[in-house]
Design a protein around this ligand. Structure first.
Ligand code: ADP
Length: 255
């Protein structure tokens, strides 16, 4: 399968008046089109730095990053984001929140409006189109935030701890929900999380980073023998514990 994202021997360090903090060291990996990759690693190891490099907020000190086979600066890929907070505007209805990105990018048309309506209906928010965000549950708000991103048709989605502001129960349902939406839409996604069970329930591959400066400690291929491969079904499958323990051991090897 073709790679949408390639990191090749990437190094990055922060320079402040107190000195240098090496964040990433010799990071090489790639993500194939349609793949769901989770990135796990100890707190402060460099996960957010890695995402900032992908979206071009930071530039590698050495090494290179390609999107669709071209340098990052060529803007060859439309990137979407899903963050810890949904950032929905309370003064806008759900429908108008969902149109926001289209408005900013000057892509509002009858076609994109219809696409927004269709996504709202498909993912169970059709009857909340005229509601304000405060009328929705935390899970529904996250779904609305995802639809706002999907309507822009991103080729690559960056998910930065998207469920960590939710309580445990909601988190399970929402990650199940969002995982299935992303599969159905055949989106390529990179999820940064500190929650191993979330990573195992959602990803095709898990990149395990070492403590700072982060190196790629190992990459685990995740595969479940399930008729319906959903995050919730994975959590109940016998292989789940195996993957969880394997990654737990890897992460604690350096503790
Ligand atoms: P993670 O997302 O894995 O928790 P980060 O990528 O946020 O880790 O940070 C990696 C390291 O780089 C940490 O030690 C952090 O303190 C440091 N760091 C992050 N941002 C900056 C910055 N703007 N200036 C200096 N050091 C930073």
């Amino acid at each position: 399968m073709e790679s949408i994202l390639e990191f090749n021997h990437v190094h990055y360090a922060y320079h402040t008046k107190d000195g240098e903090t090496k964040a990433l060291s010799d990071i090489t990996f790639s993500v194939a089109n349609g793949e769901f990759v989770a990135i796990v690693g100890p707190s402060g190891c460099g996960k957010s730095t890695l995402l900032s490099l992908i979206c071009g907020l930071l530039t590698p000190e050495s090494g290179w990053i390609h999107l669709n086979g071209r340098p990052l600066s060529d803007n060859a890929v439309n990137i979407g984001y899903m963050l810890q907070h949904d950032h929905l505007f309370e003064w806008r209805t759900i429908y108008h929140n969902i149109l926001l990105g289209l408005e900013i990018q000057h892509k509002l048309s009858s076609q994109t409006r219809a696409k927004a309506r269709e996504l709202l209906d498909t993912y169970g928010l059709g009857q909340f189109a005229d509601a304000r965000p405060f009328e929705l549950s935390g899970g529904m708000r996250q779904r609305a935030a995802l639809i706002r991103t999907l309507v822009l048709d991103p080729q690559l989605l960056l998910l930065d701890e998207p469920f960590s502001a939710l309580d445990y129960q909601t988190r399970l349902t929402v990650s199940n929900d969002i995982g299935q939406i992303l599969r159905k839409e055949q989106k390529t996604a990179i999820l940064v999380t500190h929650d191993l069970s979330e990573a195992v329930s959602l990803a095709d591959r898990i990149l395990i980073l070492s403590p700072r400066p982060a190196t790629v400690q190992s990459i685990v291929e995740v595969s479940f023998d399930l008729a319906q491969d959903t995050p919730m079904n994975r959590r109940n499958a016998p292989e789940f514990k195996h993957y969880f323990n394997m990654i737990w051991k890897e992460l604690n090897q350096n503790a």
